[in-house]
Design a protein around this ligand. Structure first.
Ligand SMILES: *[C@@H]1O[C@H](CO)[C@@H](O)[C@H](O)[C@H]1NC(C)=O
Ligand SMILES: *[C@@H]1O[C@H](CO)[C@@H](O)[C@H](O)[C@H]1NC(C)=O
Length: 280
């Protein structure tokens, strides 16, 4: 079963088909956060804590303002300009922008010293089709983040070069550390996780992830390592000389995360022009 990696994908009862915006399932974040315990947060399976003194400056946490007034992590994103965040379309599809904020400059979700900006508006790619293609969106945020070179910085997305197989890539996120992101035995740490693994040839990926298109890129490790619920929208990056560039946006995978099937990412290089047009 292929599934989205937002927090709530396994609570199928909460998914509702949207009426006004017929491009896929809209997640009922109110219902999700009313059911989940306030301490629950989720992260990458089989990865490592980002060390104490280290930050992933382009990584942001997208947070939802619950009815009880709490800000809760539900998706990842990346800072591509001081006032622009790149994420997955399925993270924002049908959501009320004024209830979403993004936090930069933290590795621990409980760290209150991060910078928060409000989402003014979002734009999903016009070709977005759930579990098929173009799962990418851009948020306009305000106020713009101040880049400090250590805790808060942007990631380069300005390449249209095709990334091939066997490239070393780095995933970061606060998604589930368990194969399932929900359940009675789940324990949810709050430290940002990172996982290095490798890209996979699209043809090979398509053998398992049969709906795969050229607008996507896959990565795979062994059983027990991979992206999971809560990582959605977050960045997959690789080395580009001395610096880094973002090559993927966490999109989907199997419902049983890190089960030796590939993680599917939106292939950022295919959206180079689309992103550039939305930076100004
Ligand atoms: C949340 O915690 C309460 C008590 O600590 C427990 O009764 C409840 O089942 C938990 N809910 C979930 C969704 O885990
Ligand atoms: C969006 O959320 C804001 C703030 O909670 C609220 O005032 C507004 O009515 C909501 N808009 C819609 C269309 O639900």
């Amino acid at each position: 079963m292929e599934a989205r990696w937002n927090l709530v994908l396994l609570l199928l009862g909460l998914l509702q088909l949207t009426t006004g915006n017929p491009v896929g399932n809209v997640i009922d974040l109110d219902a999700y956060f009313e059911m989940a315990n306030s301490s629950s947060q989720e992260r990458v399976v089989g990865g490592y804590d980002v060390p104490d003194d280290e930050y992933v400056p382009y990584q942001v946490s997208m947070q939802f303002l619950t009815r009880s007034g709490k800000m809760r992590h539900f998706c990842g994103g990346s800072l591509i300009a001081p006032n622009r965040v790149l994420t997955a379309a399925h993270c924002v599809n049908g959501q009320n922008a004024s209830r979403i904020s993004v936090v930069a400059g933290i590795r621990d979700l409980n760290d209150n010293t991060g910078n928060r900006a409000l989402v003014q508006s979002y734009e999903m790619n016009e070709h977005y089709e759930e579990l098929v293609t173009s799962d990418i969106a851009i948020l306009k945020i305000d106020p713009p983040f101040e880049l400090d070179g250590k805790r808060v910085g942007t990631i380069d997305v300005s390449s249209n070069e095709l990334v091939g197989a066997d490239q070393e890539v780095l995933l970061t996120g606060w998604g589930s550390v368990f194969h399932f992101g929900t359940g009675p035995f789940a324990k949810y740490p709050t430290i940002l996780q990172k996982l290095s693994y490798k890209t996979l040839d699209n043809a090979k990926c398509k053998q398992t992830m049969t709906q795969l298109t050229d607008t996507e890129i896959c990565a795979l490790e062994r059983f027990g390592k991979g992206a999971c619920n809560g990582d959605s929208g977050g960045p997959l990056v690789m080395a580009n000389g001395e610096s880094l560039k973002q090559v993927g946006v966490v999109s989907y995978g199997t419902a049983f995360c890190a089960s030796n099937s590939p993680d599917v990412y939106t292939r950022v290089s295919m959206f180079d022009a689309w992103i550039k047009e939305r930076m100004a």
